[in-house]
Design a binder for this molecule. Structure first.
Ligand code: CP
Length: 303
């Protein structure tokens, strides 16, 4: 059976640390054509800029060739081909599949059909485990450690898949969480129950200014318009938070602002030049962590 990365739980703590250590190696030397004989399929049923392009960059830097599509509208899905048949076909062509799909559970389903490793590049509001690994790498790089950090997650904690995966991954490292969200977009109960079971402390607030001064990481998120079924509800919450430079005066010196991107208006442009802004570097770290993930799923653990 091939190993897949569908949920962050598919990687043990040791495998997470292994991926971060490999990513560090790749950052030191990104040109490592160790997979010249491999073909990687990049199949995106939902829009993406960072995830698709950083995966394809990672594959190219590893010497692999890339096939795939960024718009299922140009594929036989439009003729009624099922996800099952599509995955069976792509398994015939590639050594590894990177897939983004709007349906929660679609990546797990694909992994049960595929004869090659499947990487979940985001399935609806569910999970985005490769984003989580690059988030962990960014936290480690900026804080020098992963343990005992105060993480303030802000914005759409209901539909934001990146916060769900990150919360679970950080649970290995004794974190303390603050969840900053309006009532409509609060962290779902299943994740709060998960933290309660592990005795991991968390608080909830609706006030963005409340948690800035004692956070090590402020993890901003976009309100996920594409997940709302009620347009009026989206209109009510779409501008709920906007982080500005003047709000950061009392932030800890080590505090970094992360955001999986794309942003809309939840981080003001004037924050971009702040020493606390790290979101563009964070996106850059995606190449090294995705090189590490591809390497591990293709069965190589040492460089
Ligand atoms: N962070 C992220 O998943 O960005 P894209 O949607 O552009 O891939």
């Amino acid at each position: 059976m091939p190993k897949h990365l569908i949920s962050i739980h598919d990687f043990s703590k040791e495998e997470i640390l292994k991926a971060l250590s490999l990513a560090e190696e790749f950052e030191k030397n990104p040109s490592r054509p160790i997979f010249r004989d491999k073909v990687i399929a990049s199949i995106f049923f939902e829009p993406s800029t960072r995830t698709r392009l950083s995966f394809e960059t990672a594959a190219n830097r590893l010497g692999a060739r890339v096939i795939g599509f960024s718009d299922a509208g140009n594929t036989s899905v439009t003729k009624g081909e099922t996800l099952k048949d599509t995955i069976k076909m792509v398994s015939n062509y590639a050594d590894l599949i990177v897939m983004r799909h709007p349906l929660e559970g679609s990546a797990r389903y694909a992994s049960e059909i595929a004869s090659v490793p499947v990487i979940n590049a985001g399935d609806g509001a569910n999970q985005h485990p490769t984003q989580t690994l690059l988030d962990l790498y960014s936290i480690l790089k900026t804080q020098g450690k992963l343990t005992n950090l105060k993480i303030n997650m802000v914005g759409d904690l209901k539909y934001g898949r990146t916060v769900h995966s990150l919360l679970q991954a950080m649970s290995h490292f004794s974190p303390e969480f603050l969840f900053t969200a309006p009532e409509e977009l609060k962290m779902p109960n299943e994740y709060k129950e998960y933290l309660n079971k592990l005795n991991i402390p968390f608080r909830e607030t609706t006030n963005l200014e409340e948690g800035i001064s004692d956070s090590d990481i402020i993890y901003m998120t976009r309100v996920q318009q594409e997940r709302f079924t009620d347009a009026i509800e989206y209109e009510r919450v779409k501008n709920v938070y906007s982080l500005r430079q003047d709000m950061l005066e009392n932030a800890k010196p080590n505090m970094k602002i992360l955001h999986p991107l794309p942003r809309v208006n939840e981080i003001s442009q004037d924050v971009d030049n702040s020493k606390h802004a790290y979101y563009f570097d964070q996106a850059g770290n995606g190449v090294y962590t995705r090189m590490a993930i591809i390497t591990m799923l293709l069965g190589v653990n040492e460089l």
